[in-house]
Ligand binder design. Structure first.
Ligand SMILES: C[S@@+](CC[C@H](N)C(=O)[O-])C[C@H]1O[C@@H](n2cnc3c(N)ncnc32)[C@H](O)[C@@H]1O
Length: 266
């Protein structure tokens, strides 16, 4: 095992926080454990040597972030949000929208379960013959999870919170292992790589932004700046949904608090 010196640890923590917002200041063992195999594969004998490689090769940065991010997720996680989508957001937004177009973003989507669950809820609500366009943009910094999201193959555990009948309706049990999501749901989600620390490349505002269980890894200042960017990326009346263990400081942005983890732009 190659250990980080104190100086290397500080340097790596600062680098990752500045570039990706993620604060790994208390995760020294995690960094050593997850990056050990990368150093071994490349025959690198110290983290200082590894930094030099990181700085000169963007592909290495990608490998590092694929190893260091925490991507755990599952279908119908924090179900209150999907209930709120069906009972409040969809009736409200669709009441007066002549262009029949919804703009939804799953920011920090990991392997896609959050965005795909939202599509299933909307299919259920609109009915199969809807002429509404409710495709979802789903973004993450990890290319590894985005590839898995596009494949759309999941374990039985990941599906276990779905309402009765949805597994049969939207998945095909694979002969070897896992469940494959139907094309009917997959085609409604557009996956893209995006670092939330960078300028958002969007020209049109969103009706709804999911950013759940992403900001828990960020420090307060980074969170505040990101929440401001989300505020400016929403339409007036649009919603921001965050994880239930997360909070936002409302003195930073004039979001209306609706209930825990649900905020609306006034
Ligand atoms: C725990 S998952 C959350 C997945 C899903 N939103 C949920 O609540 O189940 C957190 C995701 O945030 C992504 N992430 C962390 N920092 C990010 C950043 N700076 N830009 C974009 N995505 C980021 C990670 O790669 C990871 O896939």
């Amino acid at each position: 095992m190659i250990h980080l010196t104190d100086q290397e640890f500080q340097e790596l923590v600062t680098f990752i926080r500045q570039k990706f917002g993620i604060n790994l200041g208390k995760k020294r063992l995690l960094i050593e454990a997850r990056l050990f195999s990368v150093l071994a594969e490349k025959n690198i004998s110290s983290f200082t040597e590894y930094f030099n490689l990181l700085r000169s090769n963007p592909e290495e940065l990608n490998t590092m972030i694929n190893r260091l991010t925490t991507n755990h997720t599952f279908f119908m996680r924090e179900p209150r949000h999907f209930e709120f989508l069906k009972d409040v957001i969809l009736p409200e937004i669709t009441e007066n929208r002549p262009d029949k177009c919804l703009r939804i973003w799953s920011a920090g989507c990991s392997t896609g379960e959050e965005a795909y669950t939202a599509v299933m809820v909307m299919k259920d609500w609109f009915g199969l013959c809807s002429d509404w366009d409710y495709r979802i943009l789903a973004t993450d910094i990890s290319t590894r999870v985005l590839e898995a999201a596009q494949m759309g193959i999941y374990s039985a555990e990941s599906l276990q919170n779905l309402p009765t009948g949805w597994e049969r309706k939207y998945f095909r049990k694979k002969e070897d292992q896992g469940y494959e999501l139907s094309d009917e749901i997959k085609k409604e989600v557009i996956f893209r790589s995006l670092n939330l620390m960078e300028r958002f490349p969007f020209h049109r505002p969103f009706d709804l932004i999911f950013c759940r269980n992403v900001m828990i890894y960020f420090d307060q200042d980074t969170k505040n700046k990101l929440v401001q960017k989300f505020y400016h990326s929403l339409k007036s009346g649009g919603y921001l949904l965050i994880g239930h263990s997360e909070t936002i400081q409302r003195e930073i942005v004039p979001f209306r608090y609706i209930e825990p983890s649900i905020y609306q732009k006034g």
